[in-house]
Design a protein around this ligand. Structure first.
Ligand code: ZN
Length: 360
């Protein structure tokens, strides 16, 4: 079968590889669509970062380079191992790519038992740090990773479940409640999904700070109440006029010193600054700004099954509203030039590029 594999930085290849074996406790999928994530772009440009190391591979999964990329995917079940219950050939599914103790036949660790398998001591991901990925014609996964799709959720939309689950998770663990107000700094793919899920969670007002017009427009479409252009307006001044006490939660989705500073200053006493950005270098935090107003600084990583179920439910009702998150669909043979390279050259033009492996 054909698979897009990461060999080294700036060295992705469309390789002919052997079909994976489907063991008795596994399920084979024919992949339909797989989204290109910021993580994939980072690996492509500067990896291996999360991909297996060149020296010894991944210590948990044993995966070695070259690594099949792709962790935002949907597909159809084509083979079910003999010991698997409750999964049928022909079922349409999306996959939670986060792997934990269960995937390795281990007893669940203390972290998993506390309801955080997303930060398990044995955490790996399909398409990043474990065998198999979504940019391949087929993948074999454990049945606990599958989420069946309702008839009214297309396989194309189902490739958005993973990125939307990230935002759902962050909103949920931030403690955000219906009727509260939020600020989102940065309206890239995660930022715009945050806006959508915040409105879905009953946000009263969602402010967005974004410099790029196309992204600002997308945030508006996702439900933002007020877009602030931080180079033309003073974000804190605008907020002060409209929200004198500050917002309840500020989501930092840029990863800059200036945006973190704004996030801290924008939050009301007792509120939450929530980091979803991946930072390229350490930054400075004035802890007194947290201490004196009892502001909480939090961060989150990935998602759990609960977040996946929630997003599938939301898509079955409001799928149409997120279709515009998909800005381009390319066939597998064009994934490097039309997908990965396109994101290097025209990043701000795009929200989500999907690779089509088999149409519906
Ligand atoms: Zn665990």
């Amino acid at each position: 079968m054909r698979a897009l594999r990461f060999h080294d930085a700036l060295d992705l290849r469309m390789d002919d590889v052997e079909r994976p074996q489907c063991n008795i406790d596994e399920v084979r999928l024919k992949v339909a669509y797989c989204g290109i994530c910021g993580t994939d772009s980072h690996e492509y440009q500067a990896g291996p970062i999360l991909c297996p190391s060149k020296e010894h591979g991944n210590l948990i999964s044993g995966a070695k380079l070259p690594q099949v990329l792709g962790h935002e995917f949907s597909g159809t079940v084509t083979e079910v191992g003999d010991s698997v219950k409750g999964v049928q050939v022909g079922q349409r599914v999306t996959v939670n790519p986060a792997m934990d103790d269960r995937h390795y036949g281990l007893e669940t660790c203390e972290v998993c038992q506390s309801g955080r398998p997303n930060v398990c001591m044995n955490s790996t991901f399909y398409g990043i740090s474990a065998q198999g990925g979504g940019f391949a014609e087929e993948i074999v996964v454990k049945p606990c990773s599958l989420f069946p799709l309702p008839d009214n959720v297309s396989l194309k939309l189902a490739a958005l479940v993973e990125p939307l689950s990230v935002s759902t998770h962050m909103v949920r663990i931030s403690g955000f409640r219906r009727g509260q107000d939020a600020l989102v700094l940065g309206a890239g793919p995660i930022g715009s999904a945050l806006v959508f899920m915040l409105k879905e969670a009953g946000a009263r007002r969602v402010f967005v700070s974004e410099t790029i017009e196309l992204r600002a427009a997308r945030a508006k479409q996702a439900g933002a109440d007020r877009i602030i252009h931080p180079l033309e307006e003073d974000v804190l001044k605008v907020l002060k006029q409209e929200m004198p006490n500050g917002v309840d939660v500020a989501f930092e989705a840029c990863g800059l010193q200036s945006t973190l500073d704004t996030a801290i200053a924008a939050v009301k006493p007792g509120g939450c600054i929530f980091n979803v950005a991946v930072h390229e270098r350490p930054i400075t935090i004035d802890m007194n700004l947290l201490t004196l107003k009892e502001r909480r600084l939090m961060a989150g990583n990935a998602y759990t099954a609960e977040d996946f179920r929630k997003v599938v439910d939301v898509l079955s009702v409001k799928g149409k509203e997120v279709e515009s998150f998909i800005t381009k669909v390319v066939p597998l043979q064009d994934a490097i030039a039309g997908g990965f390279e396109e994101l290097v050259k025209n990043r701000s033009k795009h929200n989500k590029i999907l690779v089509e492996l088999s149409p519906e």
